[in-house]
Write a protein that binds this ligand. Structure first.
Ligand code: ADP
Length: 791
């Protein structure tokens, strides 16, 4: 609001305006001009005027019209209007002027003295009004201030005002109540109540001249600091300059503590979840607790009837040594009526809001104990149980040494929550370890070569590992959950022969046959009984047994096979040496022939043994080359026909041209010879033995077919095993080592061929050998494609 009176001059003619200005200038007021009615209205919007001198005769908006609009606006309705007109005094016009709100008329030519005196009156009036308004405003402002002060005093927050430099000018009642300062102190050092660590920041924000919020610690009359939230805003004058500051401070200490406590809980939760070593974890939690919720924290756990301290932490590192010493010298008495031992025993938390020196004196066991307790400065204390699912695992003790920090119900809730989380972490770690051990055991069971079976006390199979399934051929699904006797045929015999050892005893190991419904598996079994059942471990002995049997068979067969020709040779030789008997030449020749033949037979057996052993050890040299199979068959049939009984007819059935095969010629010859020998040998009452050759895709198919005793289908695979004979006792009178077919199979395998046996209807067998063809082209020539009889 301007204190200087202003006059608005309105005329469409410049010379008139100049004239008016010239007349009024000496009055010293501010003069504003407008050259139209519209211009006048604009000026009135922007400024305040003591009076308006308005020309009546103006184009567009004339003076009356303009006056009507001025009066119609609330803001300018009361500004006195003086019409300036050159028109003669016409009653009607003058009347119209007054009707639209004119207060006076000035007629041209203007009399300067009259104009000045009339304007002077209006200015004086305006100035009087103006002063009056200012006084009213001042009174209003004072009343406001009082009301504001009352309001501010009634507020629960702290309210203050400061001048532009931050120097306080007002504090409400709450300020004095809270800080306990006197007005003099408040004026001298108002910010000394702000915590030293937060003060600089607060003053810097104040200097920045912008509204701000700020959390700071504020000292109360009892010397403790509480967190407050300050909201401060600048108050600006009309030209937007900061004039003063008003600020409030709200006590957010409890909220802040709760926030801190929950963030502590979260952090503790993370720490607890992150480790499986519970001692280390508890030590970390104790460390976290100090500073945040306590000055001193200890954790005790119940271990085998005793109470052991597993963690101790103190806000002040220098105090840790005292805390340790206290623990070592004065460990908690398990029967103590208070403290960690009692909390663990009862599962009930303890909370002492204020610890007095008397209480400490009472608790001390001797002078040193008292000194240590005093050194550690107990102000407030709580101890909460670590609640396990089945028992209390331990206790967490939190001590405040700060006389301003007393534990209350909220703190106890926090501590209990912390303890719950810690207990859950301890139990999880324990469960995890157990699960790990189980997983390890399961992994071991899955990979171990020995069969393992666990029976519960009711005889149900609970564990059946992969090795057990492999050895017996019984899948886990067939066995687990079933009664052992019904799931595993023959188990009853095993159980009867293998009594379980007691826990800690050395189990006996028994070799027992397990009859799996027709199939026998030899097992070496041991058993251990335990609280919940019996564990059997077994190993497959079948292979060992097979080798052992084979070794016995070898000795039996070979000695038998050797003994027969040896006996013949020995007998012939003895007869030849006899001097008392005269031997005819013919007889002598026969005996010598027997000796030669039997010696050759012995040689063959020895050769077979040698060959088999070379095949076993992989030492046999094989030289693969293109060979003519027909040529080999012919030679071998010829050789066989020399000693074959007359009752057996030998024949070859081959096309004129047989493809060349890829084989070791000598070894293929031996295969053919063995098969022909067998065909003759196992045709005791005579018959036909035919060797045929047929090209077949990439190979040549050689078949040795007889009409002899035949081989039962279920034995056709096994006869190729080493020492396997259908009639080992030789009830049919046909001897042999059981090595021939084994040698055949191994030799054929080495030239990438195949060998098997098929049955002949109605009698006999056909041994088929598939021999790979050679890349070389060589034709067998000149032989008829039809069968030729040689026997
Ligand atoms: P062996 O020295 O006993 O003849 P082989 O390995 O040659 O040994 O043969 C194994 C077994 O296969 C023989 O003991 C016999 O029972 C059976 N066998 C082999 N060839 C024939 C065949 N052509 N006819 C019937 N049985 C045969």
């Amino acid at each position: 609001m301007s204190d200087q009176a202003a006059i608005l001059l309105v005329d469409d003619r410049e010379e008139n305006l100049l004239a008016l200005e010239a007349v009024l200038e000496p009055l010293g007021h501010r003069l504003a001009r407008a050259s139209s009615g519209v211009g006048a209205l604009r000026e009135l919007l922007l400024h305040e005027f003591a009076c308006i001198l308005l020309d009546v005769d103006m184009p567009e908006l004339d003076g009356f019209e303009t006056a009507r609009l001025i009066k119609g606006r609330g803001r300018s309705a009361n500004v006195p209007i003086v019409f300036v007109t050159a028109l003669p005094e016409d009653d009607e016009q003058v009347f119209e002027g007054y009707a639209v709100g004119a207060v006076d008329y000035i007629f041209k030519p203007i009399n300067p003295a009259i104009l000045r005196s009339k304007v002077g009156v209006f200015v004086e009036l305006w100035e009087k009004n103006h002063r009056l308004r200012e006084q009213e405003l001042l009174a209003l402002e004072r009343a406001n201030e009082t009301r504001y002060g009352q309001l501010a005093d009634a507020m629960p927050q702290i309210v203050w005002r400061a001048d532009v430099d931050g120097k306080p000018t007002y504090f409400n009642r709450r300020w004095f109540e809270y800080t306990g300062m006197t007005p003099v102190e408040a004026e001298a050092k108002p910010w000394s109540a702000v915590h030293a660590e937060d003060r600089e920041d607060l003053l810097a924000k104040l200097a920045a001249g912008e509204p701000f919020e700020h959390e700071f610690r504020f000292r109360a009359s009892d010397g403790t600091h509480r967190w407050h939230l300050a909201r401060t805003a600048p108050i600006r004058d009309e030209s937007d300059r900061v004039e003063s500051w008003v600020g409030t401070a709200t006590d957010i200490h409890d909220r802040k503590r709760a926030e801190e406590q929950w963030s502590f809980l979260l952090e503790a939760g993370d720490t607890l979840a992150g480790s499986l070593d519970y001692r280390e974890t508890l030590a970390q939690v104790a460390q976290l607790a100090v500073g945040k919720v306590a000055d001193w924290c200890t954790v005790h756990v119940a271990e085998g009837g005793a109470v052991a301290q597993v963690a101790v932490a103190h806000h002040d590192p220098a105090q840790v040594a005292f805390a340790r010493e206290l623990q070592e010298r004065y460990p908690p008495d398990p029967d103590s009526p208070t403290g960690p031992a009692a909390v663990i025993r009862t599962g009930e938390a303890e909370l002492v809001r204020d610890i007095s020196d008397t209480m400490i004196e009472h608790a001390a066991r001797d002078q040193l104990h008292l000194d240590l307790l005093r050194q550690l400065e107990f102000a407030s204390y709580m101890c909460v149980p670590l609640p396990g699912r089945e028992r209390t695992l331990g206790a967490i003790t939190l001590v405040s040494s700060n006389p301003a920090r007393h534990y209350g119900a909220t703190d106890l809730l926090l501590a209990e929550e912390l303890a719950r989380r810690a207990a859950a972490a301890i139990e999880n770690a324990h469960l995890y370890r157990q699960a790990e051990e189980r997983a390890e055991a399961a992994r071991a069971l899955a990979t171990i070569g020995d069969g393992v079976v666990l029976l519960d006390r009711g005889g149900l199979v609970r564990v059946w590992n992969p090795a057990a399934a492999r050895i017996t051929g019984l899948a886990e699904s067939e066995v687990v959950g079933h009664r052992v006797e019904s799931a595993i045929p023959g188990w009853a015999d095993v159980a009867a022969r293998v009594p379980p050892a007691g826990p800690g005893e050395r189990p006996a190991v028994e070799s027992v046959p397990l009859d799996l419904g027709g199939r026998e598996v030899w097992l070496s079994v041991s058993a251990v009984g335990f609280e919940d059942g019996i564990v059997y471990a077994f190993r497959d002995l079948s292979e060992e047994r097979r080798l052992e049997t084979m070794r016995q068979d070898l000795v039996a067969t070979v000695s038998h096979e050797l003994r027969t020709p040896l006996a013949a040779i020995y007998g012939a030789a003895l007869t030849l040496r006899r001097e008392d008997v005269h031997l005819e030449n013919e007889m002598r020749d026969t005996l010598l022939r027997v000796i030669a033949e039997e010696a050759a037979r012995l040689g063959e057996i020895v050769n077979d043994l040698l060959l088999a052993s070379q095949l076993d050890s992989g030492k046999l040299h094989v030289e693969i080359e293109p060979c003519d199979p027909l040529e080999i068959v012919r030679t071998e049939i010829e050789a066989a026909s020399a000693h074959a009984p007359e009752s057996v007819a030998l024949a070859i059935d081959a096309p004129a041209q047989v493809p060349v095969v890829s084989a070791d010629a000598g070894q293929l010859r031996q295969v053919v010879a063995n098969l022909i020998d067998n065909a003759i040998k196992y045709s005791p009452v005579g018959g036909e033995v035919t060797v045929s050759l047929r090209p077949d895709n990439g190979s040549v198919r050689l078949e040795v077919s007889d009409t002899g005793i035949g081989i039962p289908p279920e034995e056709r695979r096994r006869i190729f095993e080493k020492f396997y004979r259908l009639d080992p006792e030789m009830t049919g009178g046909i001897g042999g080592t059981g090595l021939g077919l084994y040698i055949c199979r191994e030799l054929v395998r080495r030239i990438d061929g195949r060998i098997w046996v098929e049955g002949n209807a109605p009698h006999g067998s056909t041994f088929v050998v598939e021999i790979p063809r050679s890349g070389a082209v060589q034709l067998t020539n000149g032989q008829p494609a039809t069968a030729e009889s040689l026997g």
